[in-house]
Design a protein. Structure first.
Length: 125
């Protein structure tokens, strides 16, 4: 963040053996990572010995990205997202209700919550 304040929202820098471009502009980040991805296919390679994390869309090469994108894209089609909205709203309301219930059990002005427990249940829902 210091560099963004000092030189602006887009700048280049050297790191170890390569040159990095840093972008701190949300619209441009979306453009680069999604809409114009094929024009920016070369990303920093991460050596991760985990099948799940080594296939993150923003960290794979162009050929792998095309394959994964074809698999994932139908999941995020507008119609499917609309159908999921009611379910997501319901799950969020359940989370809020559960937290409110836990907070109401405490007579103190302060209450300690195990957020990990709530987040885990929310994620599973």
């Amino acid at each position: 963040m210091e560099n963004v304040k000092r030189v602006g929202k887009i700048f280049g820098s050297e790191m170890f053996t390569g040159i990095n471009i840093t972008i701190a502009e949300p619209e441009l980040i979306q453009l680069v990572l999604s809409k114009e991805f094929t024009n920016f296919p070369n990303r920093r390679k991460f050596s991760i010995d985990d099948d799940l994390f080594s296939n993150v869309l923003s960290a794979v090469d162009l050929d792998q990205w095309k394959r994964l994108r074809a698999i994932v894209a139908p999941t995020f089609a507008t119609g499917k997202l609309r159908r999921m909205k009611f379910r997501m709203d319901s799950i969020c309301q359940t989370l809020i209700r559960n937290i409110d219930t836990e907070l109401s059990k405490s007579n103190d002005r302060e209450c300690i919550l195990n957020i990990k427990q709530f987040a885990g249940a929310f994620t599973m829902d």
